[in-house]
Design a protein around this ligand. Structure first.
Ligand SMILES: [Cu+2]
Length: 334
């Protein structure tokens, strides 16, 4: 399920509001005597949670984690009880938020001042006890250690064997050519020519054998999901709307907690807002699945099918400056 609800899901929200409203009315009638104090948690769930989360990332309204610390109590009470009035009065903070949310206005949900206080207390308490949603935040208990074995071990062994062979050849050449007079130049060139043809034909064979595996034939098949990724020093920004330049960041809804359906073909469209970065996608066991470069001025498409549900990781695979190691993020496949 995507974490974004957009304006098109309005009818759904009206139905939800209606159902919630009916529940509230009858619940209120039955429970009025049982419940004296106003419960901020319940109010939040009923009146705010269609548009807001507390630490779960932006929906059609901003993530409210920490938002109570950004505004004065007076402002909050006025905003929560009469957002329509404040927008009409062109309150500067309200207008700025409205612009950030592309003109989608918060609704007046009919809270009293006492209700508003209870909700504010609830959001403050949740902020104090939960972690903020952030794709860049490490999971509790840290990142899993990647398994060392299988393909990775084989690749490492092949690398070591080849590197060792090259070192041996260099050593042998160094030892056998200490005296220039000893070198038979003609024979050396003949060896070089043979070597060139052997390696070139070997590479051609490998090219022929692997060409059919290149994904270009599927380039115009449709992806189930398109996720835009902007890399920058030092994090990854995700959105379901195109991000090409830094200017776009203000106009798109940034997804703080990226959730993707299991089995779907996902197309990441990656770019960079500053220097070259890498976009390396790792699976639940932290094994590298796919990677592409994130370069300023280019949008690279990376298609992957994420079958296995779980936590996936994204790391920068290009040393981009001193904060490179901070470029870690996560997404969830459900
Ligand atoms: Cu980097």
């Amino acid at each position: 399920m995507p974490t974004i609800l957009d304006a098109t899901s309005r009818p759904l929200r009206i139905i939800v509001s209606f159902v919630v409203g009916c529940g509230l009315f009858f619940g209120g009638v039955c429970g009025a005597s049982a419940q004296g104090a106003i419960d901020g948690r319940i109010l939040f769930q009923q009146k705010c949670s269609t548009c807001h989360t507390i630490g779960g990332g932006d929906r059609s309204g901003p993530d409210l984690w920490g938002s109570m610390e950004r505004h004065s109590q007076d402002w909050l009470i006025r905003w929560i009880t009469r957002p329509d009035l404040m927008i009409a009065e062109r309150d500067p903070i309200a207008i700025e938020l409205l612009e950030q949310f592309k003109g989608f206005a918060m609704e007046n949900v009919g809270l009293t001042e006492a209700d508003a206080r209870a909700v504010i207390d609830h959001v403050r308490a949740e902020t104090a006890t939960t972690a903020p949603a952030s794709a860049t935040q490490a999971p509790p208990g840290g990142y899993p250690t990647p398994p060392f074995g299988g393909v990775q071990l084989a690749a490492w062994a092949v690398f070591l064997i080849f590197a060792g062979a090259i070192a041996l050849v260099f050593g042998w050449v160094w030892l056998s050519t200490r005296n220039p007079q000893d070198v038979d130049v003609k024979r050396a060139y003949a060896v070089r020519r043979t070597f060139f043809f052997v390696v070139a034909s070997l590479l051609l064979v490998v090219l022929g054998a692997t060409l059919q595996d290149t994904p270009y034939a599927e380039a115009d098949t449709k992806a189930d999901r398109i996720v835009y990724v902007a890399a920058r020093q030092f994090d990854f920004v995700y959105s379901l709307e195109p991000i090409v330049s830094t200017g776009d960041l203000a106009n798109v809804l940034v997804v703080k907690r990226l959730e993707l359906p299991a089995g779907a073909t996902v197309e990441f469209r990656g770019t960079s807002l500053d220097v070259n970065h890498g976009f390396g996608l790792y699976g639940p066991t932290r094994q590298l699945l796919a990677q592409t470069q994130a370069m300023p001025g280019y949008v690279n498409r990376l298609r992957v099918r994420l079958d296995e549900p779980g936590q996936y990781y994204v790391f920068c695979l290009e040393y981009c400056a001193t904060g490179h190691h901070l470029m870690q993020s996560r997404l969830v496949v459900k």
